[in-house]
Design a protein around this ligand. Structure first.
Ligand code: HEM
Length: 224
C-alpha cells in the first residue's frame, strides 16, 4: 500500500469518508445503455455555476460598498484592481449561464416526465430553486447603482406592485419604503449576499438528498 493509500485508509478509519462518498457518488444509473445522456448534466452544471458565483461573489464583496454614495465608485475601483474586471465579467457571465442551465434542467426534467411519482418533492424544491436563481439576477442587477441598474429596478419593483392584493406590500418590502433609494440598495444587497444564498443552500441540500435517495429516473421509453 502506497503512502497516499495508507493516508486515505487512516482517514477512512477515523471519519468514514468512503461510505459517504459511496452514498453520494457511486450510484447506479438506469440500465438503458446510451440513453442517460448529457441532458442529465444540466443540474450539476447549475450547481457548479453556483459555486463559481459564491467564489467570485466573495471576492467582489471584499471591495464593494452597498451605499448610494459609494456603490458606483466601488465598482469602478474593482475594475481597476488586478483581475477585478475579469472577476466582474466571470460573475456576470456565470449568472446568465446559471439562468440558462437551470431552465434547461427544468425543461429536461419536464419533458422526460422526471417530476412524476415519486419525485414530486424534488420538483417542488426545484421550483423554489428556480425562483431563487431569478431572485439573484434581479437583486444583483441593482448593485452597480448606475442609471441602467436604477431604472431597471424601478421598472421591476413597479411591476411587482401591480400584482393583485400582495403587490403593494411586496414592492414596499423590496424597496424598504415608498421610493427607491438607500434602503433599497441595502435591502437588495442583503437579499443578494445573505438571504438568497442561505435559502438556495437549504433547498439544494434537500433537492440533492431527494435526488440521491430516489436515484435518477429512467428516460421515458417509446412503446412499440
Ligand atoms: C439551483 C438549481 C438546481 C440545482 C443545483 C439542481 C441540481 C440537480 C441535480 C444535480 C440533479 C441530478 C440529475 C440532473 O442533473 O438531472 C437534479 C435532479 C432533479 N431536479 Fe434539479 N436542480 C436545480 C433546479 C431544479 C428545478 C428548477 C427543477 C424543476 C422545477 C428541478 C427538478 C429536478 C428533478 C425532478 C430532478 C430528478 C430528475 C430525475 O430523477 O431524473 N431542479 N437536480
Amino acid at each position: 500500500m502506497s503512502r497516499y493509500e495508507s493516508l486515505l485508509q487512516e482517514l477512512d478509519e477515523r471519519c468514514g469518508w468512503r461510505r459517504v462518498k459511496a452514498a453520494l457518488l457511486d450510484r447506479k444509473i438506469p440500465e438503458i445503455s446510451g440513453r442517460v445522456s448529457w441532458l442529465y448534466t444540466f443540474g450539476s452544471a447549475t450547481l457548479f455555476l453556483f459555486l463559481v458565483q459564491v467564489f467570485t461573489g466573495i471576492l467582489l464583496a471584499m471591495n464593494y460598498a452597498p451605499t448610494p454614495d459609494h456603490a458606483y465608485a466601488s465598482i469602478q475601483f474593482i475594475d481597476q484592481t488586478p483581475m477585478g474586471g475579469l472577476l466582474r465579467a466571470v460573475h456576470k457571465w456565470a449568472a446568465s449561464l446559471m439562468v440558462i442551465m437551470v431552465t434547461l434542467h427544468l425543461l429536461r426534467v419536464f419533458f422526460m416526465g422526471a417530476y412524476k411519482y415519486p419525485r414530486e418533492m424534488t420538483w417542488a424544491t426545484g421550483v423554489f430553486l428556480f425562483v431563487i436563481v431569478l431572485g439573484f439576477g434581479f437583486t444583483g442587477y441593482l448593485l452597480p447603482w448606475d442609471q441602467k441598474a436604477y431604472w431597471a429596478t424601478q421598472v421591476g419593483t413597479e411591476m411587482a406592485e401591480q400584482v393583485p392584493l400582495i403587490g403593494p406590500a411586496t414592492a414596499s418590502v423590496l424597496k424598504g419604503g415608498e421610493v427607491l433609494g438607500a434602503r433599497t440598495l441595502t435591502r437588495f444587497y442583503s437579499f443578494h449576499v445573505l438571504l438568497l444564498p442561505a435559502l438556495l443552500l437549504i433547498f439544494v441540500v434537500v433537492h440533492l438528498f431527494l435526488v440521491v435517495w430516489h436515484g435518477i429516473s429512467a428516460p421515458p421509453e417509446r412503446k412499440p
